[in-house]
Ligand binder design. Structure first.
Ligand code: ZN
Ligand code: ZN
Length: 647
């Protein structure tokens, strides 16, 4: 029998009979590894343990410690969900069931929507199937036979998937759980070897969905669940989502009167006055940070002829995300989904000398992306948003300094918002533009800049964009969730596309490098993160209403107005609650509105020209003169995120 040579991650080699399974490799290494094995990576491709080794190959066994394991595990759990659903409700039709960062979901066509009791029953069935430790088996079916099989079972969506995903193939891969009577699905895999490996999962909710997320398509029911390798991780995740529900920005946004939505403007927020105050506070804060750092603010058009998008390349690879409109002259136009191409036209509208560089354009005008309505979610996934967007035009020699300055800006901004953060550097992908030497030089400059700024970072090898390396920053919120916000992205391609130039010291024309960068990113999404991070109890510098004056009785209303006017004149955002309500009621309501300071005024305060200061957390800070309160508020506002936040 012929042999194949297997190379393991440590470089060691083994010889096995051709046709041996990946599982045999794991068993050959150690029984413990064989027990822990979930799948394997063969020559860079994730495969089942039953994958046959017919040629020499590199093999890495995937266990629950491997980076790809959780997605594979969750995807396998989605199959288990579909198996339980089709067992309990034989008339349902299965759509797709991918893993996600939070768990997994599966879409079904159902005769009636699922109710909570259904979810309980489905989860019990999943546990039953898991306890039977049923095998996931990969079967290769002739393509036409598979289509006929699913058509006969009344699953036209699966037939459509096979048609779309396997064009030109003779065979398609299907997976059974136990046998095709128990469950069969068209899927490329891979999966865990058997249902017994799925130890900790939970179904969470259902929602309306549409086939392929498009509201013009067939309505479906989506079942959400999550899965972890052990009960402990599952429990801590469930605690986290309970906490997340309480601080959901959509709920708090409504309760705090920040923003609302209307079905006629999907994915575009209506900012109420308090929300607008919050929005402008952040937008103006970014201006305050950026202007001294050498940025200029510009405004470029919202609507462009499609020629611009053809030149930038967006017309071919981003068109479906753009709102396309027609001008009165019949020109095809698009609403901008990003500022970059507009900034390139602006840069190219004048000649530039190396002495002017870096040139830094900052812009906050609205952007529109044509997202499907099914994926819109509160402020985190919208169609209309603005960014603290900027493009820095630099000489190749300036990259390192500019990136260091940018990292320091990121550090300052996240510090002011009280958000912990981490950085990752993404390097040259296999498919890339430009020569390797330029890439390596740029990567070295990014690394050196990170080091100089004292920033530790992870490296995502080969994860850069095809036109340049990048540094991304994740912030971690109060309940441990990570959100990607800032990005610093080098671009060698667009300066070519737009023929951008500067005149060098040698009097010759040179290409600048463009750095795309955002620190908070979309203001909408960042506000959602802040609302949930602070649970609506914003630090003083961000709070839309910083203090509220509460007169005890009608006769104190005039003094209350006087206090308010003094505070307003000092630049503070202040309300008065002069309704004829009991003071205890007014205090409770102000606490629910999460107003940082309540200033109670009664006979004593009127007599002594003071206010009695209460914190929203319930702390009574006692009497203070109006001037002393203003001074301490100014001090607290200046300290921003360095102030511990009370809820
Ligand atoms: Zn699958
Ligand atoms: Zn850009």
């Amino acid at each position: 029998m012929s042999q194949v040579t297997i190379t393991l991650p440590d470089g060691s080699q083994r010889s096995l009979p051709a046709g041996s399974l990946v599982r045999d490799v794991a068993e050959g290494i150690s029984p413990r590894l064989a027990q822990a094995a979930l799948a394997a990576v063969v020559d860079g491709k994730l495969v089942d343990l039953t994958f046959p080794l017919n040629a020499d190959a590199s093999v890495r066994v995937v266990t629950d410690k491997s980076p790809e394991a959780l997605m594979l595990y969750r995807h396998s759990t989605a199959h288990l969900l579909a198996a339980a659903v089709t067992n309990l409700f034989p008339s349902v039709q299965c759509g797709i069931g991918p893993p996600t960062d939070e768990g997994f979901f599966y879409d079904f066509v159902v005769p009636r929507p699922f109710v909570p009791e259904d979810l309980d029953a489905i989860e019990r069935k999943m546990k039953e199937l898991a306890s039977q430790d049923l095998v996931y088996e990969r079967q290769m079916w002739p393509r036409e036979e598979a289509k006929a099989f699913f058509a006969k079972r009344g699953e036209p969506l699966k037939v459509q998937l096979i048609e779309e995903k396997t064009e030109g193939q003779n065979e398609v891969s299907c997976y059974t759980i136990k046998d095709k009577e128990t469950f069969i699905d068209f899927c490329v895999g891979p999966h865990v070897p058997s249902t017994g490996r799925l130890k900790a999962f939970k179904l969470l909710s259902t929602s309306n969905a549409y086939w392929k997320g498009d509201a013009r398509n067939q309505p479906m029911q989506r079942v959400y669940g999550t899965a972890f390798f052990n009960e402990k991780d599952l429990k801590s995740y469930l605690t986290q989502i309970e906490e997340a529900k309480k601080r959901d920005h959509r709920k708090l946004g409504r309760e705090l009167g920040l923003f609302t939505f209307h079905p006629w403007a999907p994915g575009a927020a209506f900012w109420q006055d308090k929300g607008t105050t919050l929005y402008n506070t952040i937008a103006n804060y970014m201006r305050d940070v950026l202007f001294p750092a050498g940025y200029v603010e510009v405004k470029t058009p919202l609507v462009y002829n499609k020629a611009l998008w053809e030149q930038s390349g967006h017309w071919s690879f981003y068109q479906e995300n753009m709102f396309i409109i027609e001008s009165a002259d019949g020109e095809t136009m698009s609403v901008k989904p990003m500022n970059c191409p507009g900034h390139f036209l602006l840069y190219a509208s004048a000649a530039h000398s190396y002495r002017e560089l870096p040139i830094r354009f900052h812009e906050q005008t609205p952007l529109h992306r044509n997202e499907k309505s099914g994926v819109l979610a509160g402020l985190t996934r919208v169609r209309q948003f603005s960014q603290d967007d900027a493009h820095c035009f630099v000489t190749p020699e300036q990259i390192g300094d500019e990136v260091e300055r940018l990292i320091r800006l990121v550090q300052r901004v996240y510090g002011d918002f009280g958000l912990p953060y981490t950085a990752k550097l993404s390097t040259m992908p296999d498919k890339h533009l430009g020569d390797e030497a330029t890439w390596r030089h740029a990567e070295d400059q990014l690394r050196a800049a990170l080091d100089r700024a004292g920033m530790s970072y992870d490296v995502n090898e080969k994860d850069g964009a095809f036109y340049g390396p990048k540094i991304d920053f994740d912030v971690t919120d109060a309940i441990g969730r990570k959100w990607q916000c800032a990005t610093i992205q080098l671009d060698y391609m667009q300066p070519e596309n737009f023929d951008l130039k500067y005149i060098g010291a040698d009097n010759a024309e040179h290409r600048p490098v463009v750095i795309h960068r955002a620190i908070v990113g979309s203001f909408e999404r960042f506000i959602a993160i802040l609302i949930e991070h602070y649970s609506g109890a914003f630090p003083l510098w961000l709070a839309p209403v910083q203090a509220i004056v509460l007169p005890i009785a009608d006769r104190h209303a005039e003094y209350a107005s006087f206090v308010r006017d003094q505070l307003k004149a000092a630049g503070l955002r202040v309300d008065v609650d002069d309704r004829q309500e009991k003071i205890g009621y007014k205090i409770r309501e102000a606490q629910l509105r999460k107003v940082p300071y309540m200033l109670v005024v009664g006979d004593r305060e009127v007599e002594t020209s003071t206010v009695s200061v209460r914190e929203r957390s319930g702390g009574d800070k006692g009497a203070s003169s109006i001037d002393a309160f203003i001074a301490s508020a100014h001090d607290e506002i200046a300290r921003k995120g360095l102030v511990p936040v009370t809820t």
